[in-house]
Design a protein. Sequence first.
Length: 518
Amino acid sequence: MAKTPPAESVDDIRLETDDGIEPNGRADADETAGSRHLVVVSNREPYQHHYEDDGSIGVEEPVGGLTAGLDPVLRKTRGDWVAWGDGDADAVVTDDEDCVAVPPGDERYTLRRVWLTDDEVSGYYYGYSNRVLWPLCHDLVDRIEMEPAYWDTYKSVNESFGRAAAERATEDSTVWIQDYHFCLAPKTIRESLPTGANMVQFWHIPWPAWDTFRVVPHPEELIEGLLANDVVGFHVERYRDNFLECAAQLDGTDVDREAGIVRIDGREVRVGAFPMGVDAERIESIADGFGRDDWVGLAERYGIDPDTRIAVGVDRIDYTKGIPHRIDALETFWETHPEWRGELTFVQKSSHSRSQIPAYQEIAEDVCEAVRRVNERFGTDEWTPIVHVDDYLSQRELFGLYRHSDVALVSPLRDGMNLVAKEYVAAQVEEDGVLLLSEFAGAHEQMDEAVHINPYSPDGFAESIHDALTMPAGERRRRMRSLRDHVREDDLDAWVADLLEAAGLTATERLLAGGQDV
């Protein structure tokens, strides 16, 4: 069995009343899901079994992100989770139906594992998902690698996941599909979905305009697959509107853009904007426990003077994250504001992913070269301008780094939401940091009190860094307090509740219609 790629951060959701989805007040996520049997479908599994050095079997549990957020909901509903089983001991602990009860020692729900060969991972994950759909949806058409075999493998893997999900669904189920890995799975599920059950899919990355989307072969088939759902969710209204425009290009669809409804095959598909949040309370609690002594120890580990001003960036190594552009802006900043040499240290925390893809190998080399260039130009025996951290940081250390950083540079070239921005805000327990946020991140539409920057403009970006560092304390705290209020209110729990509430409305309508598609 093939090894799972590194986990990816995922983006956002919240219910908008002008989407044609009218929530009856926000409920707790567990309460919202409590009346429905939930079947989650994702590429990454919430629990992974592996062999320890002594031959015993250990378990890797969710520590953050979407898997950690949905795990308690599945525990509450005693539902099912369908995911790729990639752990080297996964097959040993599953039964004849490829299922295992989780969490270990406190079995609350069923994990149904789907097995993939190395060739399937290569074609479905590293191929079509990340060499076609990923650059396409980030408006980077020149990076798309058209390979017919990718499409064939993507289709067959989607069918496998679809059959596995349909097997676990009952008439009381909501099947919740995650992300761009499964455009076609809803169609397979729909063919066997019991009466009364329904499907919702959340798209965690941007959705492009029709003129961009139609570049890829089979655009109609991809859209038709997603329209087999009852609810399709996106981070922000711009992506929702782009999807509705794409849906309108299909024969046989009737699109109500104002209501966010697509009518197809005698059914209504609700399309909404649901900005995803983070577990703000947990992040704040962890960051609050990372005090001065902890910070001094972490800083000294990487040769940082703990008393200098700190700017931070946290990203996967990916060509959409704009890390080289960020470093260009910092170089311009230290060039035009030499008084900050030795006074500001930038910490770039990076994690590698999709390293089998040449484009990701190239961007990793570009980042390292840019860091070397700036450090050689401005660095001294006492001060390293850019500290590049590419080894493991625990969540406690990461959230502590957020807490003790004066400025966060969140500057993707395109991003569905970007949860790093929200994590930084949640960790700012002193409420005196400044968030610099790209205009091209979905979070930009929610976080008005951030300093908005254009990552393609090094001069403007550099001046924004200077403005952040010289901002009066009162303004810093006013902005951060407002951002923290937003992040607390629209947190991960609220996102889950709002999306499932939308799915619940669809299920109710189907039942009122006598089990027929509406």
